[in-house]
Design a protein around this ligand. Structure first.
Ligand SMILES: O=C(O)[C@H](O)[C@@H](O)[C@H](O)[C@H](O)COP(=O)(O)O
Length: 260
């Protein structure tokens, strides 16, 4: 079955993106908790965590059943969890420390393993969570089916730690893989693979700021089907895909094509 058509939402400012994202997450949280009694959320690092700031403020923060949430990491830098480069630390300081999600529902990487062992261990943990019905499975792919992934994009179109000319983006079998030469520092990371990402129920692509404008133009502009796809163009979940963009991120997309 063809994936559903993406919904593209553009807002004047990043502040408006933050509000719209909070409303979207609030609705999905209520919907999945009503249906399944739980809500599994996967976080990217980067500016996304700051764009989640409205969710931890009234009225949103008080309308969410945080005890039903579980938190996973789309990609993670292989550093201790209290290291300034850690996505867990970024998420904890900016988001997780401000909401009552039970600690046992938060799934950071295991520290002090090699990148390869860190990826293996995280993948095994996800498989155990599927086996004990904490996570659901996609009947189509056999991969875990997360309720919501919140995905950022780098200026050259990477998502998670899946970069343009690095082989990890082609992985078909693994759920979680590793990279030791990430072009975005720090080099050692683990990352969800595309088959796992695209098994999700809902993905929000949250992209703000002028640095992203060229890649947004490639991904969503009229030449999107030309040439070799950026990693972001391979985000195509079974469920819904919603883009949250500010005007700065769409500045190239909105330029009138004069043919010159
Ligand atoms: O660990 C990471 O670096 C992130 O998970 C990465 O994939 C991020 O989401 C993008 O690079 C966008 O980052 P910005 O929002 O900071 O541009």
């Amino acid at each position: 079955m063809a994936p559903p058509t993406p919904i593209i939402q553009t807002f004047e400012t990043e502040e408006q993106v933050a509000v719209a994202l909070a409303v979207y997450i609030l609705h999905l949280s209520a919907k999945f908790i009503a249906a399944n009694g739980s809500f599994s959320v996967v976080l990217s690092g980067g500016t996304l965590i700051d764009t989640l700031r409205k969710l931890v403020e009234p009225p949103y923060v008080d309308s969410i059943e945080w005890s039903k949430w579980s938190i996973f990491f789309l990609d993670e830098r292989v550093v201790p969890l209290d290291h300034p480069d850690s996505n867990y630390k970024l998420a904890y300081d900016g988001f997780l420390s401000k909401v009552p999600i039970p600690e046992s529902n938060i799934y950071p990487i295991k520290e002090r393993l090699s990148p390869s062992d860190t990826a293996d261990e995280y993948e095994q943990r996800l498989k155990q969570l599927v086996a004990n019905n904490t996570l659901r499975t996609s009947p189509n792919t056999g991969f875990a089916k997360f309720d919501l992934m919140l995905v950022g994009m780098g200026p050259e179109g990477h998502v998670a730690s899946l970069f343009g000319w690095h082989f990890q983006r082609f992985e078909k079998k693994r759920w979680v893989t590793f990279i030791t030469d990430s072009p975005k520092p720090p080099p050692p990371r683990i990352t969800f693979t595309f088959p796992l990402i695209n098994s999700a129920s809902e993905i929000a692509m949250v992209v703000t700021g002028e640095d992203a404008a060229d890649a947004v133009n490639v991904a969503l502009g009229k030449h999107a089907s030309y040439g070799y796809p950026l990693p972001v163009q391979k985000v195509s979940p079974e469920g819904g895909l919603t883009w949250f963009l500010d005007m700065a991120a769409t500045s190239e997309l909105r330029k009138i094509d004069t043919g010159m």
